[in-house]
Design a protein around this ligand. Structure first.
Ligand SMILES: *[C@@H]1O[C@H](CO)[C@@H](O)[C@H](O)[C@H]1NC(C)=O
Ligand SMILES: *[C@@H]1O[C@H](CO)[C@@H](O)[C@H](O)[C@H]1NC(C)=O
Ligand SMILES: *[C@@H]1O[C@H](CO)[C@@H](O)[C@H](O)[C@H]1NC(C)=O
Ligand SMILES: *[C@@H]1O[C@H](CO)[C@@H](O)[C@H](O)[C@H]1NC(C)=O
Ligand SMILES: *[C@@H]1O[C@H](CO)[C@@H](O)[C@H](O)[C@H]1NC(C)=O
Ligand SMILES: *[C@@H]1O[C@H](CO)[C@@H](O)[C@H](O)[C@H]1NC(C)=O
Ligand SMILES: *[C@@H]1O[C@H](CO)[C@@H](O)[C@H](O)[C@H]1NC(C)=O
Ligand SMILES: *[C@@H]1O[C@H](CO)[C@@H](O)[C@H](O)[C@H]1NC(C)=O
Ligand SMILES: *[C@@H]1O[C@H](CO)[C@@H](O)[C@H](O)[C@H]1NC(C)=O
Ligand SMILES: *[C@@H]1O[C@H](CO)[C@@H](O)[C@H](O)[C@H]1NC(C)=O
Ligand SMILES: *[C@@H]1O[C@H](CO)[C@@H](O)[C@H](O)[C@H]1NC(C)=O
Length: 482
């Protein structure tokens, strides 16, 4: 263990504290020295304030001094052609490369699994080059004195990947969180924290296909230490649970509490754009009460919408998927959608992914929801399937799909890491970023993350790759059409 590593290790922290308490007991006969020692050790400095306070200038009293520049991040699978004048997020490859290159102290990465080279899945494709490059750059970080910590899931995807062994040899610290044992689920969160101030959250695993063969969407936030510190608490909760024989604390110690949540979002202002943001998380067993749960965030966004809710998710099931021995009906999000459409006449558009491996059992649920659509009743629920053409890339398994997980309403943008079915909110780890923004000048309106996300949804909804359920017919690249 290097010293920088052990200073990050919470087990050491708690060991230290336990032995201090013992020491306190032994010197209980109260020599002055003992009392002083106890005071010095137990009186830890107060936790640093989460964000500094600046006087507000347009009605909000608290602003972070952080700049928090946010941008949408995407990867578009190779050989997909959109019309020329459409909006795209910054390429994922560019963002990951940039985050690695700016790192000077610390890089923390969470991913469900790692497969950054073609060999990992026995595929020979030159489209794995960007993934290989990312792996190389990550390997080199420890020699630049950057502490790299990686968290991944048990159980995970079965591959022949050697990424984590290679990284460990180069000095990267790796922990596998046994989410199966701890929460009866898996760890599906995907995020990066760089130097405790830059953050990436999105649908992309550390997989070469995420860079060239799978359609991904995320957000990068630079110079935002308040949010990074907050996300780091979630990282730490995984890190501590990644120790052998860990057990879930009940409740989570106070240091995992957050003061950034739905009730108290972080307020930031940059270029005359005011933003409110917070990170929601799942599963409940990993959230202290102050952390807004991912499901609660999603439901409150749907209930808060007045005009429209646009959703893009890979998979949508009003059931659980992995419950043993059988799945349960789980209409929690379904009810929120129907209520919004029926009672408040909110227009619903859902863009669901269909690929070669999609579960055909999803189709009746989608048809059932779409069947409520009724212009006479002013109920508007439209559902399209987004199909990435496989083209000549058919030899690459589990690729050529839209892996996006986001929602945009007339009020809020939400970018998450979870499919929309029960397990992802009950037992599986995921995170979601919720952002609402206000531009004080009209010409700045189209530069916000919110408006970028809206443009991307509309781009995809109106693209040739999105097909209304009724128009599906036979489509070789979509298993729901068979
Ligand atoms: C601003 O910060 C102060 C002190 O942290 C807090 O008491 C107050 O509720 C905050 N105001 C808002 C609008 O969040
Ligand atoms: C893009 O170009 C097409 C035709 O070239 C036009 O119909 C469409 O309105 C344009 N879209 C935007 C967002 O400018
Ligand atoms: C792992 O490698 C073995 C031997 O080359 C191969 O048979 C197997 O299909 C590979 N597994 C995966 C997931 O690529
Ligand atoms: C991979 O494919 C390239 C050409 O497409 C070929 O030159 C190379 O030998 C192949 N590598 C392996 C390990 O099969
Ligand atoms: C890394 O840290 C070591 C020890 O502090 C120092 O000798 C070395 O020059 C540093 N390397 C870089 C690339 O900063
Ligand atoms: C982050 O802040 C630094 C220092 O103020 C600045 O040089 C850099 O351009 C900022 N990055 C972004 C992406 O805004
Ligand atoms: C984990 O628990 C098992 C059984 O209680 C024990 O044998 C093993 O030594 C423990 N491992 C560690 C690393 O504490
Ligand atoms: C912010 O708004 C003020 C007043 O409307 C204007 O003078 C300033 O140039 C704006 N700043 C940016 C970065 O647009
Ligand atoms: C796949 O098709 C694209 C164009 O559609 C072409 O540029 C590329 O070379 C093809 N790749 C292979 C491996 O055939
Ligand atoms: C979402 O669903 C798809 C299709 O069943 C699956 O491949 C994927 O692992 C699921 N989870 C996430 C977070 O994408
Ligand atoms: C935003 O709108 C202005 C015109 O109001 C236009 O000149 C600019 O290109 C737009 N920017 C983006 C990112 O769409």
């Amino acid at each position: 263990m290097t010293s920088s590593y052990s200073s990050l290790d919470d087990s050491n922290d708690s060991n230290k504290r336990t032995s201090c308490v013992k020491l306190l007991a032994i010197v209980a006969c109260l020599t002055i020295l003992g009392v002083l020692l106890a005071i010095i050790v137990l009186e830890r400095p107060p936790p640093p304030k989460n964000h500094e306070i600046l006087p507000g200038d347009d009605g909000w009293s608290n602003f972070s001094i952080d700049q928090c520049s946010m941008a949408l991040v995407e990867s578009i699978p190779e050989h997909m052609k959109y019309k020329d004048n459409v909006t795209f997020g910054i390429p994922l490859e560019q963002v990951w490369n940039n985050l690695i290159s700016v790192a000077t102290n610390e890089v923390d990465v969470v991913s469900f699994y790692w497969t950054l080279t073609g060999e990992d899945i026995s595929v020979n494709s030159s489209s794995d080059m960007p993934g290989r490059n990312i792996l190389k750059e990550l390997e080199e970080l420890p020699s630049r004195n950057v502490t790299v910590r990686v968290i991944t899931s048990v159980p995970t995807v079965r591959t022949n990947s050697t990424d984590l062994e290679i990284l460990k040899q180069k000095g990267v610290h790796v922990r596998k969180v046994d989410f199966g044992r701890l929460a009866n689920g898996v760890l599906h969160s995907k995020f990066w924290i760089v130097d405790r101030k830059h953050v990436f959250i999105g649908s992309a695993n550390m997989d070469w296909r995420a860079l060239t063969q799978v359609k991904e969407l995320g957000v990068v936030i630079y110079n935002c230490s308040s949010l990074a510190k907050d996300l780091r608490k979630i990282f730490q909760s995984y890190w501590v649970m990644g120790q052998p024989n860990s057990s879930l604390p009940q409740p989570w110690p106070a240091k995992y509490n957050t003061d950034i949540n739905k009730q108290h979002p972080l307020l930031v202002k940059e270029n005359n754009i005011s933003s409110q943001l917070y990170v929601a998380a799942s599963p409940p067993s990993f959230c202290p009460p102050s952390r807004t749960q991912d499901l609660e965030a999603i439901l409150s966004i749907i209930y808060g919408a007045q005009h429209y809710v646009d959703v893009s998710v890979m998979e949508y099931f009003p059931t659980t998927r992995f419950d043993k021995p059988r799945s349960r009906y789980w209409p929690v999000i379904e009810d929120a959608i129907k209520t919004a459409a029926f009672e408040r006449k909110v227009h619903i558009r859902m863009l669901i992914s269909c690929g070669r491996d999609s579960d055909p059992d999803m189709l009746p649920f989608l048809q059932s929801l779409a069947s409520l659509d009724s212009p006479q009743q002013h109920i508007s629920i439209q559902i399209k399937l987004y199909i990435v053409p496989v083209a000549n890339q058919s030899d690459i398994p589990f690729s050529r799909v839209n892996h996006n997980k986001y929602m945009v309403t007339d009020k809020v943008a939400y970018i998450g890491t979870s499919n929309w079915s029960g397990d992802y909110f009950l037992t599986t780890a995921g995170v979601g970023l919720v952002v609402s923004q206000h531009a004080s000048q009209p010409e700045m309106k189209n530069t916000t993350l919110y408006s970028q996300l809206k443009a991307v949804f509309n781009r995809d909804w109106h693209s040739e790759f999105a097909v209304l359920l009724d128009d599906l017919g036979h489509h070789p690249d979509c298993s729901l059409s068979r």
